[in-house]
Design a protein around this ligand. Structure first.
Ligand code: ADP
Ligand code: MG
Length: 583
């Protein structure tokens, strides 16, 4: 893992090296003051060398000015290096997220993913530059001051040095507790963000059901879990800090007493005793810094682990010898396919959702899937563009197994309109352009016209530049669906999948949109899933799907004559529909 972390330093090698050099100089300058003090006490003052005193003072001042500049450099560029690394990690993670399959998003909440992209990565950035800075400064200071203290009085120094292992032992023990506590806190933070994301996205439902109280209760669960996790983390942190400070305080006491005894015994003179007391902090404070660094290290490491966890998720990859599918005519064949969703995180308890199913959809034909909900129709629609991998059997397009073609080329040839439309919070034009990014303005208008939305767009003050709000909240259901149809018109794929495209709409709107859809189907192979059977009466072929299997198949007339499940469903809907459609 460390190796993967270090890789992120590579592009910033130079700046990072300068940062470290500056840190090193800062710590060396830090040693000057006690050295000068000692000289003053031992030599300059007793011998009344006042000119030298002033001179020494000026040198120290000069060095402090230099340190001012160095500190500015380290603070500014150090953080910038960290930020650049963080940006690179975020970029890598986002690119990876774009490549992860549907199944990943079935199992992971948006809010949790966002936490990893933001606050988790922030802590890594802090660690990235403070970590090495602290390590360098402290190590140099510890070694340097140790040597220097030895030159003053070797025995006193060894006494102090002998106490260091105790300090390390205690802090290591406390550190472990802190690590677990911080990992917990991070998880709770992600839970809160996920809860917020879910509640805010569902705010309209909440209002409709006046369930604000309920939402607050749900939120409070995560919120108080976070407080508990923080409590544990801060308790561990408090124990850690207070104990390690206490130990360093004890160091000072030891020096005071041991030094006093040495002085009494005549093993050290008064000036050296004073110098030692001033200098000993040079030795102790970097140890404290190192200990504090451990806390930051914990935070950064747990963040980086969570980052790596996402990067190690298996992305969608084409098989090694996958080729571009080329020009697609549109013959789709499902041969004895089976599929099961992985319902638990460890991949057990699989339930067959598609069960040895075969379909042959000829080029240019309209093929309808109907049947009870939960039967597996949407799953079939998602298997054809390779959003999920079939577990058994093969799917072929124009005789080519979809496993052997690149996903990019496959999906380029398939247009999907679903009941659930996702529109981006951007202008109408940008949303239509999503169908084909390089389309011209004229093509966008043409697509909008064919989707019967152009006239409406023209009534808007900003026309095609109107921003439609998050998920398109400023549009009606029918308008949203028309925009998504315009997208597909622009994409102009040979294969079209309509999954209950109009089911959410009212009857009048459905009839109007159906006209656009009929137009869209022309000249394409169309797989249509419909809830209202009246809309697919004219399909070339209809298959009734239930429990992942085909129950019966044929044209509308054939199926009606058969008197099976289809005719039952049809009669049921027709009866309900006499006069007014209430289905
Ligand atoms: P239909 O579109 O015919 O109503 P679906 O294909 O959506 O049916 O669902 C078929 C079955 O698969 C249902 O039992 C449903 O609960 C299950 N299912 C659908 N999507 C998922 C998913 N992402 N993860 C787990 N199970 C799913
Ligand atoms: Mg469905």
């Amino acid at each position: 893992m460390l190796k993967r972390f270090i890789a992120y330093y590579k592009p910033h090698k130079f700046m990072f090296a300068m940062d470290m050099l500056a840190s090193l100089m800062i710590s060396v300058i830090g040693m000057v003051y006690p050295i000068v003090t000692r000289r003053m006490l031992n030599d300059l003052i007793p011998n009344k060398k006042f000119r030298a005193v002033v001179f020494a003072g000026l040198i120290v001042l000069g060095l402090y000015v230099l340190r001012l500049l160095l500190r500015y450099f380290v603070q500014y560029y150090g953080h910038m290096v960290g930020t650049a690394m963080q940006a690179q990690m975020r970029r890598d993670m986002f690119a990876h997220l774009e490549r992860l399959p549907f199944s990943f998003y079935d199992d992971n909440e948006t809010g949790k993913i966002m936490t990893r992209l933001t606050s988790d990565l922030f802590d890594i950035c802090e660690l990235a530059h403070h970590g090495p800075e602290n390590l360098i400064i402290s190590t140099v200071m510890i070694i340097g001051s140790f040597i220097y203290l030895c030159t003053i009085n070797i025995w006193l120094t060894l006494i102090i040095f002998a106490c260091v292992p105790l300090l390390l032992f205690v802090s290591m023990r406390l550190r472990r507790r802190m690590r677990d506590a911080f990992a917990d806190r991070r998880k709770s933070n992600a839970v809160i963000n996920a809860a917020i994301e879910s509640s805010i996205s569902g705010i309209r439902v909440t209002k409709a059901y006046t369930n604000a109280e309920k939402e607050m209760e749900k939120f409070e669960v995560g919120n108080s879990q976070f407080v508990d996790a923080c409590r544990r983390a801060y308790r561990a942190m408090a124990a850690f800090h207070s104990t390690s400070s206490f130990i360093t305080d004890v160091f000072n006491v030891i020096i005071l007493i041991a030094g006093g005894i040495f002085l009494y015994a005549g093993k050290i003179d008064f000036a050296d005793y004073s110098a030692f007391i001033v200098s000993v902090n040079l030795f102790i404070s970097p140890i404290t810094t190192l200990i504090n660094f451990m806390e930051q290290y914990q935070n950064g490491v747990t963040g980086f682990e969570r980052f790596i966890e996402i990067l190690d998720e298996e992305p969608e990859t084409d098989s090694t010898n996958a080729v571009d599918i080329g020009d697609v005519k549109g013959h789709i064949e499902l041969k004895d396919i089976s599929y099961a969703y992985t319902t638990t995180e460890d991949g057990e308890e699989e339930k067959e959702v598609i069960d040895h199913l075969s379909l042959d959809i000829k080029q240019g034909e309209t093929f309808a899937l109907v049947g009870p909900s939960g039967g597996g129709k949407t799953t079939i629609c998602h298997l054809i563009p390779h959003f999920y991998n079939v577990k058994k059997g093969t799917i072929q397009i124009d005789g080519k197994d979809i496993h052997d073609v690149t996903m990019e080329s496959l999906r380029r040839n398939i247009g999907i309109v679903q009941q659930d439309i996702y529109l981006f919070n951007a202008s109408i034009k940008e949303n239509i352009l999503y169908g084909r990014l390089d389309a011209t303005d004229e093509e966008v208008v043409e697509a909008a016209k064919r989707a019967n939305i152009h006239d409406y767009i023209m009534t808007l003050e900003d026309g095609y530049n109107t921003v439609i709000g998050e998920r398109g909240v400023r549009l009606s259901g029918g308008q949203k669906q028309r925009l998504s149809i315009a997208r597909v018109f622009l994409k102009n794929p040979p294969i079209l999948i309509l999954d209950e495209a109009t089911s959410a709409l009212d009857n009048t709107t459905e009839i109007l949109i159906q006209k656009s859809l009929d137009d869209l189907c022309k000249g394409r192979t169309t797989l249509v899933v419909a809830h209202r059977l009246s809309t697919i009466k004219n399909a070339d072929e209809i298959a009734v799907i239930a429990e992942g299997r085909i129950v019966e198949q044929g044209s509308h007339e054939e199926l009606m004559a058969k008197g099976g499940m289809y005719s039952e469903l049809y009669k049921l809907q027709f009866r309900a529909n006499t006069g007014e459609d209430v289905a």
